[in-house]
Design a protein around this ligand. Structure first.
Ligand SMILES: Cc1cc2nc3c(=O)[nH]c(=O)nc-3n(C[C@H](O)[C@H](O)[C@H](O)COP(=O)(O)OP(=O)(O)OC[C@H]3O[C@@H](n4cnc5c(N)ncnc54)[C@H](O)[C@@H]3O)c2cc1C
Length: 419
């Protein structure tokens, strides 16, 4: 690690009353981000290349196992701790934070979140045995898990059963289907895929029979297809993944059958894990602006622009949006738990919407305020701007779907209709 001076935390441990663990893991992420990820982010973005070196660092630093229970070799972090840590990574490389999220979700969902569910004894035993197998690979070998859910239909929004199927066969299942936007494709060791279990080819697909399986990347029948040349979040390498009759044994289950369906219903805040990357980007765009207007941005002439009232007003506007975003997000991740009440759920959707939209709004204000020289590709502001636009598109809680759910929940009580 080099000697670069650390940035101030996004969430100051004293002011936001962080636990010791939250403070120390966030500091570790910030140090890695500042000293290593920030510089590498330029190439990952230019070449739309996967952040392999960053994942090696995440493994060596122990962060790859952040949500793995301590007894199994990890840090045992809960959702809130993970979110705070990931936001610090997002400040320096959005694509690393977003792919880190896909990986960590495989542990968070099967670990601390599943522990909160009411499960029958044998189901819990099966969960324990399964996760030990997956976690060992992560801790010992640095294995990386992807999270390919999206299929281009309504399944990733939670409206219909996944079209990717797992048909029972001798000793396991045969997985078939297509996943689009599979971040980490060609780079993950396992694809944590959601699919619908079928007893046989004539079975009717049901969301209740959703299975969460770890498909080994090198299994026969797994293929990565298509170009990857997007607007932003280019280092995520979110190409198309094909499963063509891929055999997986029972050991591939990440959660016992039926548990994912319960988790998605009972632990809805789990879908907020896509936000920390964008929380970090919002902070980074604000930091850039302050540094640039003070004439302190490395790589630019030391010209001060802070004395103009229009600049001061714009920074005030950005700061107000940043504080609103941080406060709402912090409250929402602090109250995350099983079976949240309606108010808490509406707040979670509101926080999701706010982070995703405000990150982009703050980045675009940053470009307008700093001016033409600041949007040259030699600086990172234009990348923040492009990356920030992607947040609102992430299913199942896209900005549009959040508005849809907030409006309906605010106007209707459970079971109410207009007939
Ligand atoms: C950088 C990046 C990385 C990604 N990584 C992953 C990943 O690792 N794994 C993964 O599974 N997915 C990933 N995604 C995919 C993402 O979660 C969405 O599935 C994807 O952006 C949807 O694109 P689409 O064109 O198919 O959207 P569509 O399904 O066509 O939806 C377009 C818009 O319509 C709205 N909409 C969709 N469904 C409904 C509905 N039922 N009712 C009302 N409105 C609706 C939503 O606002 C949505 O944004 C990634 C996306 C991006 C941009």
């Amino acid at each position: 690690m080099n000697d670069s001076v650390a940035d101030a935390p996004i969430f100051d441990p004293g002011q936001w009353q962080l636990t010791e663990q939250q403070a120390s893991l966030s500091a570790l992420a910030r140090e890695l981000g500042k000293s290593r990820f920030a510089e590498r982010a330029v190439r990952y973005d230019r070449e739309a290349a996967f952040p392999t070196e960053n994942f090696k660092d995440l493994h060596e630093s122990g962060l790859l196992g952040i949500c793995i229970p301590e007894a199994l070799g990890g840090h045992g972090a809960d959702l809130k701790t993970y979110m705070l840590v990931a936001s610090e990574i997002g400040r320096y490389c959005g694509a690393t934070a977003l792919t880190f999220n896909m990986h960590v979700s495989s542990c968070l969902w099967t670990g601390p979140l599943a522990d909160d569910l009411t499960l029958e004894g044998p189901v819990r035993d099966e969960l324990q045995a399964g996760r030990k197998r997956h976690y060992d690979r992560i801790i010992k070998d640095g294995a990386i898990y992807a999270q390919p859910f999206s299929e281009g239909g309504a399944a990733a929004a939670g409206k219909v059963a996944f079209a990717t199927t797992a048909t029972r066969t001798e000793g396991g299942w045969l997985i078939s289907g297509k996943k689009i936007f599979a971040s980490l494709s060609g780079h993950a060791n396992y694809y944590g895929a959601l699919c619908t279990e079928l007893k046989d080819a004539n079975d009717t697909p049901s969301r209740r029979n959703t299975m969460y399986v770890a498909v080994p990347a090198d299994a026969e029948g797994v293929r990565v297809e298509g170009e990857w040349d997007p607007l932003g979040m280019r280092g995520t390498v979110s190409r198309t993944l094909i499963f063509d009759n891929v055999f997986v044994s029972k050991e591939a289950l990440l959660m016992p059958r039926g548990v994912y369906f319960s988790a998605a219903k009972e632990w809805p805040h789990m879908f907020m894990t896509l936000t920390p990357s964008y929380m970090g980007i919002a902070q980074a765009a604000y930091d850039f602006t302050v540094s640039y207007l003070r004439g302190e941005m490395p790589g630019t002439p030391p010209v001060k622009r802070r004395m103009y009232p229009t600049k001061q007003l714009a920074v005030a506007q950005m700061r107000i949006m940043l504080e609103q975003t941080k406060s709402l997000w912090y409250q929402s991740i602090s109250e995350a738990k099983t079976s949240p009440d309606k108010e808490s759920l509406i707040r979670a959707w509101t926080a999701q919407y706010t982070v995703m939209e405000n990150a982009n709004e703050i980045a675009q204000l940053a470009i307008r305020t700093c001016g033409g020289q600041a949007m040259l590709r030699s600086l990172h502001l234009e990348r923040l701007y492009r990356d920030s636009r992607c947040g609102a598109l992430m299913l199942p809680w896209t900005a549009e779907l959040c508005m849809d759910m907030i409006g309906k929940a605010a106007l209707y009580k459970p079971g109410e209709t207009d007939e």
